[in-house]
Design a protein around this ligand. Structure first.
Ligand code: PMP
Length: 362
């Protein structure tokens, strides 16, 4: 019999079962082509339609119009750490980075190789336990853009309100909360997200951008590193990560069928509440890492009184069919990643196990 666990991994992560079943049913013969998506030319009309529909569906979910594009490319979110400053940090300008995680720190390191960077907010000294609150960020003169990490996968913090930047472009790494809730998408000049957490498998990054923002940048940029190349070619300049884009397209359709992002937010908030409620009930035992106003709906991070207990928790949970609860190697502790595809029942099962574990080990 098929065994499926509740997979709490931070990414690659759970995908909706319906999507996987559809992929399985199409694998040997995609739409009567006599071949799978894995074997198909990216110039084939079937693939061009998949690519165009994935773009259109993501724009529809975010309420974006023709002035925005969705591009799919390789290199992961990590390549975006370089592409963003290479494209948008001009000579004589300063880029601002709100540093709320290990990943924002990595983004800063790449930007510093390109030009001048200032850090108007950092929670590094508190091990990244919070994101800035409204009004906390002051931008420098001649600011090329403000870069934020919308959801901090390792630390379990997330913005619920985004900074006001006026005329300064706002850029966000949304790798771990993309399409998990409605956002004021038009506030952003560019959003990028490795798709392997919330909307697909490993292999593709989605870049959602205002077309005018990415057009007409430096001619000195290498073609593959220039967003405009990907825009001009509809994400088909070179061979794209076709299998990943195909699955992202299916997940976007699944999200629409679920009722869109308003419904996803309700569901994700309800799921997160189930787990945070247990943390709040026994705060001396389950030591929630994120400051209350910064808690993530996607990654719930907590520690236990000893490392030995944390180890035991992860092992026993695994035996009960709940995998991937060990925290990131850089911070330790435990982490439950509960992206879009994690059902409510998975969070209920985890909360029940937490209560039972507490009663035995308190
Ligand atoms: N940013 C965030 C917020 C992430 O969670 C990750 C991956 N865990 C990355 C960037 C790096 O993504 P990738 O592995 O796709 O390069």
């Amino acid at each position: 019999m098929m065994k499926r666990i509740y997979n709490f991994n931070a990414g690659p992560a759970m995908l909706p079962l319906e999507v996987l079943q559809e992929v399985q049913s199409e694998l040997l013969d995609l739409q009567g082509s006599g071949m799978s998506i894995l074997e198909m030319s990216h110039r084939a009309p079937i693939y061009e339609k998949i690519n165009a529909e994935a773009e259109a569906d993501i724009k529809e979910l975010l309420g974006l119009g023709d002035d925005y594009c969705v591009l799919f490319m390789g290199g992961g979110a990590s390549l975006q750490f370089s592409m963003v400053p290479m494209n948008f940090l001009g000579a004589g300008q300063t880029a601002a980075y709100a540093v709320t995680s290990n990943f924002s720190d990595k983004a800063v390191k790449e930007a510093e190789k390109v030009g001048k960077v200032v850090i108007p907010f950092s929670s590094k000294a508190e091990k990244y336990d919070r994101v800035p609150q409204p009004g906390e960020i002051r931008l420098p003169e001649n600011c090329a853009y403000l870069h934020i990490t919308a959801n901090n996968t390792i630390e379990g913090t997330e913005y619920s309100v985004y900074p006001e930047t006026g005329a300064v472009p706002l850029i966000a790494d949304m790798s771990s909360d993309i399409l998990s809730k409605p956002i004021p998408a038009e506030k952003f000049s560019l959003i990028y997200a490795g798709v392997q957490k919330n909307i697909g498998p490993a292999g593709a990054v989605a870049v959602i951008a205002r077309k005018k923002f990415i057009e007409g940048r430096s001619k000195a940029l290498h073609s593959m590193l220039n967003y405009e190349t990907h825009l001009d070619n509809g994400s088909l300049y070179n061979t794209p990560p076709a299998f990943a884009v195909y699955i992202v397209g299916k997940v976007a359709k699944w999200l629409k069928a679920q009722g869109g992002l308003v419904m996803m937010e309700q569901r994700n908030a309800a799921k997160a509440k189930i787990v945070y409620d247990v943390i709040d009930m026994y705060p001396d035992f389950f030591r929630g890492f994120a400051k209350t106003g910064s808690r993530s709906l996607m990654n719930v991070t907590f520690g236990l009184p000893t490392e030995a207990l944390e180890k035991r928790f992860a092992v026993e949970a695994e035996e009960l069919g709940m995998g991937g609860l060990k925290g990131h190697r850089s911070v330790g502790g435990l982490r439950a990643s509960i992206y879009n595809a994690m059902p409510l029942a998975g969070c209920e099962k985890l909360a029940e196990f937490m209560e039972a574990f507490y009663k035995i080990h308190k």
